[in-house]
Every structure is written in structure tokens, then in C-alpha cells.
Design a protein around this ligand. Structure first.
Ligand code: AN7
Length: 371
């Protein structure tokens, strides 16, 4: 098989890239799409489920898809400073891509609210880190102002180049399945990703690469669910810090994606998120961060409600679909190593033992007795 060239080269014809654009890439994209047979069985084998594992991107999240395009275009326009607000992953990705582009990166983040892995990445890649005493929404307002008043490139998903890069996740799913799935589920924070996926699916439909469009389901944490509630939240709170956002910048586009695709937004509790987090790690071998587990929590909650089967049957009657079960894709947006603190709180470290075979044997026997 030919070597993977990074997503800009692979999807060049679908992206705003010219011969003049300097390509800044870390070979992002081409992430695994895993069939989740165990999960299917758990839910009564009534749907075909795939997990798109974005944690294998170079900095460990889907943000790299957007960042390769945004930083390449910023460089083409002559920018030498990139700025972004972030709940963590955007800043980790921006810092990495700016470092390889030779650009300065400045990030504004809510102090004390960034998972340790993400903050370490931004610092390691040499970004100027500005923790502010406020929320992500406050940080975003600051960088919007900065980019209006200073010659710096805004690297948040308000920047359309980011969306172009991120839509390639939808392309990869369609290329692998040879059509769009029936349902596409993803976590929603600032709503850049749901906007970009809808762009991607519509673009593929337009050029005839897929026969139908998917139904989009956006999942939010119950304590940070402005799109579910229909109004901004002033004090968003959730264990899933990546999506701890009260006022999504792409609010309108998110509603448009939901409405046009006949989809919905759904809220899940932190307990449901932790259960999905545990399930993915212990039954599917996939270590993801809590925000990513939220997507699976949404899937489980809707499956229990019968949503997928009922909606699919209605569509089947209308469109005479050639399959008897819905195809569902759930995007797992970021790696579990991003948030070691939550991992160690959820899966506590056992006590330290004396350095003897007997001590370890005792623990093993006890564990074997339990299973
Ligand atoms: C793992 O890094 O907003 O709805 O500043 O890190 O496009 O915001 C991260 C968001 C889902 C939500 N999953 O995507 C940031 C940031 C993970 C994330 C989302 C984020 P959007």
C-alpha cells in the first residue's frame, strides 16, 4: 500500500489549497474505523456500529485535521503568529503545527481547567501559554478581539480553514463504508466539528461519492448543554472539560446541521460519560478522553430509547433502503492519555506492596477468585 501522505495531499481536490500553499503536516488523518461487534451484541444486534478513533492523530485528537489546513493557509498569507482559545486540544494541536511551521503560537485557556496531557503538549511545543481566570467562552472572546486588533492568525474553528480540514473525517468514513452511515454521532462543544462534518457529507453528496446523507446526532454533557437547552449556559460544568463550553461559536451552523439532517442534540450526565469511558477502555480496548466517551454515552441512551431502530424503520418505508439495519458511526474525538487525572480518579491505583512474590501472588489470587 502506498504511504499515507497526510490529509491535505489525500483530499487536495476538496480543500482550499493551491500550488502556492506551503503544506504544514504531521501526517494526520487516516484514523482507524473499528467495527464494534461487542457493542452491537450488547444492544441486541439491531445496528451495525463503527467507532472512528481520532486519538491516533499526531497530537491525539481530531483537531489536527483542522490545524494542518489552518496553519498551512496562515503561513501562505504570511502570518507568523497563531492564536487560539482552548479547552485543551485545540491548543495542543496549534502548538505542534505552529512549531513545525516556524510560527509563534499563543494560547488563551481557562486556568485550572485544562487536562494535564493537553497543557503539557502546549508547553512542550513552546507555545506562549496564557491561563486566564475565566471560562473557555471568556478566552474565546479575548482571542477574537486580539485577532481583530493585531496581525495574528486566529486558529479557532471560527476560522473556516479549520472546518475544511475537519470535514475530511466524514470523507474517510464514507470512503471506508462506500457510502454515508445512517447515523453519525459526535460530541459537541464549540460546534466546529459538527459544522465541518455536515459540510463534508454535503460536499461528498454533491459530487456523487455517496448516495444519501447521514442523520447527525450531537451529544453534550448535561452540565454544559446549551444546544439541548436552546440557550447559552453561564457556568458550564462537566467532567468532560473538552466540551465545557456554554456558548458555542458555531451555534447557528450546529442547529442547521441538526435540522437539515433531521437529527437531534442529546444531553448525557457525567455518570453516563464515566460508564461509557469505562466500557470503551475495558471492553473495546479504546482509551479515550471523557468528552469522546460522551458520544458513546449518547449512543447508548438513544439506543435504549429505541431511537435508531424507529427512525431507521421510518426511513426505510420512505426510501426503500437496501439494508435491514442502520449503520451507525460514533466519533471518538480524543485520546485517553490527554486526561491522566480523570483516568486515575476513575481507575484508582491500588496500594503499594512489599517487593515479594508472595505479596503479588496474594493480590492475583484474590483477583482470580473474583472472576
Ligand atoms: C476531545 O480544544 O473546543 O464542538 O478548545 O477536544 O468542535 O468544539 C475542543 C473540543 C469534542 C468538541 N471532543 O468539538 C478546544 C475544544 C474533544 C474536544 C470537542 C472537543 P467542537
Amino acid at each position: 500500500m502506498a504511504m499515507w501522505t497526510g490529509l491535505i495531499e489525500h483530499y487536495r481536490d476538496f480543500l482550499p489549497i493551491s500550488q502556492q500553499t506551503p503544506i504544514v503536516t504531521l501526517m494526520e488523518g487516516n484514523t482507524p474505523l473499528l467495527r464494534a461487534k461487542r457493542l452491537e451484541a450488547l444492544l441486541g444486534d439491531r445496528m451495525e456500529i463503527y467507532l472512528k478513533y481520532e486519538g491516533t492523530n499526531p497530537t491525539g485528537s481530531f483537531k489536527d485535521r483542522g490545524m494542518t489546513v489552518a496553519v498551512s493557509k496562515a503561513l501562505e498569507r504570511g502570518a507568523w503568529v497563531g492564536v487560539c482559545a482552548s479547552t485543551g486540544n485545540t491548543s495542543a494541536s496549534a502548538a505542534a503545527y505552529c512549531s513545525v511551521a516556524g510560527m509563534v503560537c499563543a494560547i488563551v485557556v481557562p486556568a485550572g481547567r485544562i487536562a494535564a496531557g493537553k497543557l503539557s503538549q502546549a508547553l512542550a511545543h513552546g507555545a506562549i501559554v496564557c491561563p486566564v481566570m475565566g471560562s473557555f467562552d471568556d478566552a474565546l472572546a479575548i482571542v477574537r478581539r486580539l485577532s481583530d486588533e493585531m496581525p495574528v492568525a486566529l486558529l479557532n474553528s471560527l476560522n473556516p480553514d479549520r472546518l475544511h480540514g475537519q470535514k475530511t473525517c466524514a470523507f474517510e468514513i464514507c470512503d471506508a463504508l462506500k457510502d454515508a452511515p445512517d447515523f453519525h454521532i459526535l460530541p459537541v462543544g464549540n460546534a466546529g466539528n459538527i459544522t465541518s462534518h455536515w459540510m463534508g457529507y454535503r460536499q461528498y453528496r454533491q459530487v456523487g461519492r455517496i448516495q444519501h446523507l447521514p442523520i447527525l446526532v450531537g451529544v453534550q454533557a448535561a452540565g454544559a448543554a446549551p444546544l439541548v437547552k436552546g440557550q447559552p449556559i453561564s457556568n458550564p460544568e462537566t467532567i468532560a472539560t473538552a466540551i465545557r463550553i456554554g456558548s458555542p461559536a458555531r451555534w447557528q451552523e450546529a442547529y442547521q446541521a441538526k435540522d437539515e439532517s433531521d437529527g437531534r442534540f442529546v444531553a448525557v450526565s457525567d455518570d453516563e460519560i464515566v460508564n461509557a469511558y469505562r466500557y470503551l477502555a475495558q471492553k473495546e480496548g479504546l482509551f479515550v478522553e471523557p468528552a469522546s466517551a460522551a458520544a458513546l454515552a449518547g449512543l447508548l441512551s438513544l439506543a435504549r430509547e429505541g431511537y435508531f431502530t424507529e427512525t431507521f424503520q421510518r426511513r426505510q418505508r420512505q426510501h426503500r433502503l437496501d439494508r435491514d439495519r442502520p449503520v451507525v458511526v460514533c466519533v471518538l474525538t480524543g485520546h485517553g492519555l490527554k486526561d491522566p487525572q480523570t483516568a486515575l480518579q476513575t481507575f484508582p491505583l491500588p496500594e503499594t506492596l512489599p517487593p515479594t512474590p508472595e505479596a503479588v501472588k496474594r493480590v492475583l489470587k484474590e483477583a482470580m477468585g473474583r472472576t
